[in-house]
Write a protein that binds this ligand. Structure first.
Ligand code: AMP
Ligand code: MG
Length: 532
């Protein structure tokens, strides 16, 4: 037993039925929300990086994180007192089709910490070995995908996007075989384990599996546990007993938080890549960082996931619609709790209303417009058409827009000068340049009409338009170094991404630059698969 001290209170396994079969072999698990499973030990745990602020959430210091026990526990070689390792059962719709039982195939929960302020934080290892839900998989994860999950979880948090967090990244000393592009070229890669941290890892698919199996008792137990533990305000004045209206209120809240999350994704240019219902958090958090990506040039049809290259179901611009599709699956799953689907259909309307209003406000914020006006939609639509006419870096464009002078009588060329850096290749053609001047003139007049000084508007814009995002090529640079044994850049990126809205001029040249040419078609940058 390790000497790490954590205040654990494992409500999920205490309050919900577990699997009474303890064989760690792939199988259908019935009548249970979780299975006991031991992490499979690894050869040589070594800490690559940790997030001190996440450690603080669970009461650990830097010194704790740098200890040998920490690496042993968060590589799955040891357990801290009170930890009970388990894997959860869930299902999901993948790429539009019901996929049956999925479950934690390579994630193992260690327990739930309740911290000094009463927050509940579940700790979960990803890549710690096989579980009853592993199907054909090996239960492991490679270093490249683990770096991507570790860094992106934290980058998203610091960008203000609801997300699961990441405590630690350890290498295992073991090799894992992966065919990275699914093209018949398997090779050994370094193995790694991330410890993810979230109030809960429950997903839409956690409820869908019990609805699909007609295990309605279990569905109700899980729903009621979720309400008690994560939505207690919905039970106010009900003596802890949910009624039909409680489940409807729950759906409304899930619809609202999901819409808010998607608005954030659209704001920062994040593409999840695999929005299957097993990857949709019941808490409206971004979860399961796989073949995600960040828009470099603004292209609503872009997806980093080569597995989805044909249908582009999960492309950037489709995310708002897909989230609703997923919510409908969740709503269908909880119909058995209330019998009548119609109030749930009504509740789903919250999604569209929240998204529309939130998206409009978000775009106004990105454009530095404090007081919404009816014709702002037109200004935004016109910008969307403009941005796709030439390859335009989304992050740089909005950041630079804050530099554009709005005073009357400024010449077009001077007005658009700060924006030219956002263009790829040789810059905008004459035609695009003219369209840009026309749009920027219109925007400047609109901004002027609010009477806010440029400096004040710039500060407001810079608080919502990040300067630093975890571009695919940046994660790849960190991966290349780490695979060569140098973790410095992983830590450096974590550090830069802690302050994504700050200027950090010393980091600009590499970390706030346009995607370099080498990254345009490089696997890992523009092309990712689910192989991880
Ligand atoms: P994902 O596409 O990462 O959301 O994974 C879908 C399902 O596949 C989940 O149930 C995962 O736990 C499982 N899975 C993915 N990779 C592996 C692996 N290497 N070993 C076992 N299960 C896996
Ligand atoms: Mg998943």
């Amino acid at each position: 037993m390790s000497a790490l001290t954590l205040e654990l209170d494992n409500s999920f396994i205490r309050e919900l039925p577990g699997d009474d079969d303890d064989r760690n072999v792939p199988r259908h698990v019935r009548g249970a929300c979780w299975s006991n499973v031991s992490p499979t030990p690894v050869a040589g745990p070594e800490l690559v990086a940790h997030a001190a602020e996440v450690a603080a959430l669970i009461g650990l210091t830097d010194e704790d994180c740098l200890s040998a026990e920490f690496a042993a526990v968060f590589a799955g070689n040891d357990l801290a007192p009170g930890m009970v390792p388990t894997a959860a059962c869930y299902g999901g719709h993948q790429f539009g089709h019901w996929a049956g039982q999925l479950g934690d195939g390579r994630a193992i929960s260690l327990g739930e910490v309740v911290n000094a302020t009463g927050e509940r934080w579940e700790l979960q290892l990803k890549g710690a070995g096989r579980t009853p839900y592993s199907r054909m998989g090996d239960g492991r994860a490679v270093l490249r995908s683990s770096i991507r999950e570790f860094l992106c979880s934290e980058a998203m948090h610091h960008l203000g996007v609801p997300t699961t967090r990441a405590l630690s990244l350890v290498t295992t000393g073991d090799e894992v075989i992966r065919d990275m592009l699914y093209d018949g070229n398997p090779r050994p890669e370094p193995g790694a384990i991330v410890c993810r941290v979230s109030p809960s890892f429950l997903r839409f698919g956690s409820y869908e599996i019990f609805a699909a199996r007609d295990e309605h008792g279990l569905l109700r137990s899980l729903a009621d546990y979720t309400l008690r533990t994560h939505f207690p305000h919905l039970l106010d004045g009900r003596d802890g007993a949910p009624g039909a209206d409680t489940y409807v209120a729950w759906l409304r809240e899930v619809a609202r938080t999901t819409a808010e999350m998607i608005v954030h994704w659209m704001r920062v240019g994040f593409v999840h890549g695999v929005m299957n219902t097993d990857n949709m958090s019941i808490l409206g958090l971004t979860i399961d960082y796989g073949p995600y990506g960040w828009l470099d040039d603004f292209d609503p049809g872009w997806t980093p996931n080569t597995t989805d290259a044909e249908g582009r179901r999960y492309a950037y611009g489709k995310q708002p619609g897909i989230a609703l599709w997923n919510l409908v699956r969740f709503a269908q799953a909880i119909v058995p709790l209330i019998g009548d689907p119609s109030p749930l259909e009504d509740a789903l309307g919250v999604y569209g209303a929240t998204f529309e209003a939130g998206h409009r406000r978000m775009m106004n914020d990105k454009l530095g417009l404090a007081e919404p006006r009816d014709d702002d939609d037109e200004l935004v639509d016109e910008l969307m058409r403009l941005l796709v006419r030439a390859e335009t870096d989304m992050t740089i464009f909005y950041r630079r827009l804050a530099e554009v002078p709005t005073a009357e009588g400024v010449a077009g060329a001077e007005r658009i000068a700060p924006l030219l850096d956002a263009y790829y290749a040789a810059g905008p053609t004459e035609e695009v340049r003219a369209a840009l001047v026309a749009w920027v003139d219109r925007w400047a007049a609109r901004a002027r009409s609010e009477g806010r000084p440029d400096a004040a508007r710039r500060a407001a814009m810079n608080a919502v338009n990040p300067k630093f995002v975890l571009r695919n090529c940046l994660a790849q640079l960190a991966i290349d170094d780490a695979e060569n044994g140098d973790p410095t850049r992983v830590r450096k990126l974590l550090d830069i991404m802690r302050r994504p809205y700050d200027e950090q001029p010393e980091e600009e040249a590499v970390y706030a630059a346009k995607r370099p040419d080498w990254a345009r078609n490089r696997p890992g940058c523009s092309m990712l698969s689910c192989s991880s």
